[in-house]
Design a protein around this ligand. Structure first.
Ligand code: ZN
Length: 682
């Protein structure tokens, strides 16, 4: 489990397992972002299902490819970007570009990753050293020493640790400890008895058995191990908070000392653990999930050492399965691709290796990417757009009728205090101490990269927060708001059509990237972000009355999404997705206001039969168009804090008089809501 608020609030979750190559797919959407009638379904009334009206033609022509689980604007752009990155790496390998140290490392990890002959020949032997260390464990103390060692390579086991800003003193970085140690992606999958969870558990057991068999165990031993692992992880799951509970920043802030932790979790020698991960002089830290660590102690006491060893071996094998021989990769895909998300085929190898390269050397790749592909003038234009959005948001705050002047003033201060980062960092990461070269195996290169990333992260503990740091690479098609840094960040890769198009009319840009900017700004004022002040500290700046009014208004959004049917009896989880839905609604309102200030909006001239207002909303829908497999949809409804694409379009529009006006929507239409049922927050 990663810490949710430190990772910041993303625009969308793109499951990499589901984003892949479509070389042969004709890509009409990316060449120009003007509204294309062929992509729409003009036979549908926009007031009945706007998502279908705006995207029906495109969806009909773009079923989910067999090596993906969903397909949409993000995936199309992601695919295009992958091709650019591949050509960049190919040039490095073929010697078409002069190679500095970073470039040599990029070429080396990619090359060793593509060398499947060597990888297959090695089988699982790269794991031998780690597995034999686990085999030699005789005591629980030794067990914890190995856990610590695994953590220093970011290999999951029992719980997770991460250095990031202190929620109550955001200028400093501290260590955060969270629940973790699960192979299934949600704690509920271990506990729920619905059909899907039961099947996922059975398939997970099958995966464990297969991977243990592949590492030399006979079938009976592998079966026993699988049973023990599921039982142990189920205990961890029962002690874990739900995703919804993890969204509460007050619940997950519990600063303590080693002595405090020792008292609530006595069976682990914490001083020794911290020393082993390189934090000998640790003073205090945050325990995000206290009950988990409290219950971990008796769980470790009552679990026999053999089961604990099996559990560690499992984590080493599972973690390595994506970098080992093809039989390991296939087994892992059968579960994480097919069972969980319905994906039929694996992505091409080059994409998977490129993804690892991006993870290992993200900013080194990003630097080359920006030099080669990013037009500087896009940055200027973007910075200007952001300021237009900020002005529009300030105007809305001033006009809000439900908030007191005193809270309004603080909201305006926070808005003005938002830092903006566009395209790429001013200071690049230094990879000179990371050892990656062609003489090492792929596994060794990855292992070095993981150790390097861990050391880099943990070295920040106890130091001031570095404001120049980026939480996303420039080549990522996404954006984020960080509540602790009170900043919005837009990587270079999202500054392309259909999000941002230098040649398109303003309506199209404000409907797409404009709403994205507004979305990220609104995250500073959603149900989580509102708890952080201008400096990024968890510090309620609201009057009690205003806070209650906010919650009442947020509840309207919760209800609207709870009532939105996605698949048969499956609805969106209004509470889990609340922050994102508030951000979408705010983004639409703010960007609409910003657009009204442009000359183009004032001139009000139609293009290709659509008024500027219509183009604004059609452009917004283009961003979220999507085809998706049922399995992936079910997974996301359970795990993703973002609503599915159709809900992100149809539901916020319920609330917008300007949308009703643009498409002549009246009380006879399905999407129409009387004013008393509309949500109005920002
Ligand atoms: Zn978001």
């Amino acid at each position: 489990m990663k810490r949710l608020n430190f990772i910041a609030v993303l625009l969308a979750v793109i499951t990499l397992a589901s984003c892949n190559d479509t070389a042969e797919k004709k890509d009409t959407t990316m060449t120009n972002n003007s509204i294309n009638k062929a992509d729409m379904n003009l036979s549908v009334n926009p007031g009945y299902n706007f998502f279908e009206y705006a995207n029906g033609g495109w969806m009909k022509n773009n079923p989910v490819p067999s090596d993906k689980t969903q397909y949409g604007s993000f995936t199309v752009l992601y695919d295009n970007n992958q091709k650019k990155l591949k050509s960049l790496v190919d040039d490095l390998i073929n010697g078409n570009e002069k190679k500095n140290d970073d470039a040599k490392k990029i070429a080396a990890i990619f090359k060793t990753g593509m060398d499947t002959v060597s990888i297959d020949k090695m089988g699982f032997t790269p794991l031998n050293a780690e597995l034999s260390k686990i085999n030699n464990i005789n005591t629980k103390e030794q067990f914890m020493n190995v856990v610590a060692k695994m953590h220093t390579h970011y290999t999951p086991a029992l719980f997770s640790i991460q250095a990031s800003q202190d929620d109550k003193n955001s200028s400093m970085v501290i260590l955060h400890m969270y629940q973790g140690g699960l192979g299934l992606p949600d704690r509920d999958y271990y506990i729920s008895n619905d059909e899907r969870s039961v099947k996922l558990r059975a398939d997970y057991v099958k995966l464990i058995k297969t991977l243990f068999t592949l590492t030399g165990n006979d079938e009976e031993t592998a079966s026993k191990k699988a049973k023990d692992i599921l039982a142990f992880e189920t205990s961890l799951a029962k002690n874990s908070l739900t995703r919804l509970e993890l969204r509460d920043p007050f619940t997950t802030y519990n600063k303590m000392t080693i002595d405090d932790l020792q008292k609530i979790s006595p069976s682990i020698n914490w001083k020794e653990y911290f020393t082993n991960i390189g934090l000998k002089d640790l003073n205090d830290f945050n325990v995000g999930t206290t009950n988990f660590f409290k219950e971990l102690s008796p769980l470790l006491d009552k679990t026999d050492i053999e089961t604990l060893k099996t559990y560690l071996s499992w984590n080493v094998i599972l973690d390595g399965s994506s970098y080992l021989s093809s039989d390991f990769e296939k087994a892992s895909f059968e579960f994480y691709g097919k069972s969980l998300s319905g994906q039929q085929e694996m992505r091409p190898r080059w994409e998977r290796v490129l993804e690892i390269t991006n993870k290992a050397l993200g900013e080194a790749v990003g630097k080359l990417y920006v030099e080669k592909y990013f037009p500087q003038e896009a940055k200027e234009r973007m910075l200007k757009l952001v300021e237009n959005l900020r002005t529009a948001f300030a105007g809305r705050i001033n006009n809000i009728n439900w908030m007191s002047d005193i809270t309004k003033q603080k909201a305006l201060n926070k808005l003005n205090g938002i830092t903006v980062k566009v395209a790429y960092p001013d200071k690049w990461k230094d990879y000179s101490k990371l050892e990656i070269n062609e003489n090492l195996s792929y596994y060794e290169n990855i292992s070095n990269a993981k150790k390097f990333a861990f050391n880099e992260n943990i070295a920040k503990v106890g130091k001031p927060y570095d404001k120049l740091e980026w939480g996303m690479t420039p080549q990522t098609v996404n954006a984020y708001y960080s509540p602790n840094a009170n900043e919005i960040v837009f990587p270079a890769a999202i500054l392309q059509a259909p999000f941002f198009d230098m040649d398109a009319d303003d309506a199209v840009n404000y409907g797409a990237i404009g709403v994205v900017i507004g979305h990220e700004m609104t995250h500073g004022f959603d149900d989580q972000g509102k708890n952080y002040d201008i400096d990024g500290n968890l510090n309620s700046w609201w009057t009690e009355e205003d806070s209650i009014k906010f919650s009442e208004r947020a509840q309207v959004v919760v209800n609207q999404f709870n009532n939105y049917v996605e698949l048969d009896s499956l609805h969106v989880n209004g509470k889990l997705t609340l922050g994102e839905n508030i951000a979408d609604l705010g983004g639409l309102n703010i960007s609409w206001d910003a657009y009204q200030m442009t000359e183009e909006a004032k001139a009000n001239v139609s293009i290709e039969d659509f008024t500027p207002a219509q183009r604004f909303y059609l452009s917004y829908s283009t961003v979220w168009r999507q085809t998706i497999l049922n399995e992936e949809l079910m997974r996301r409804l359970k795990e993703d804090v973002h609503s599915p694409g159709d809900a992100r379009v149809n539901v916020p529009l319920f609330n917008l008089a300007t949308f009703y006006e643009a498409f002549n929507i009246t009380e006879k239409d399905k999407l129409y809501r009387p004013e008393s049922e509309r949500a109005y927050i920002w």
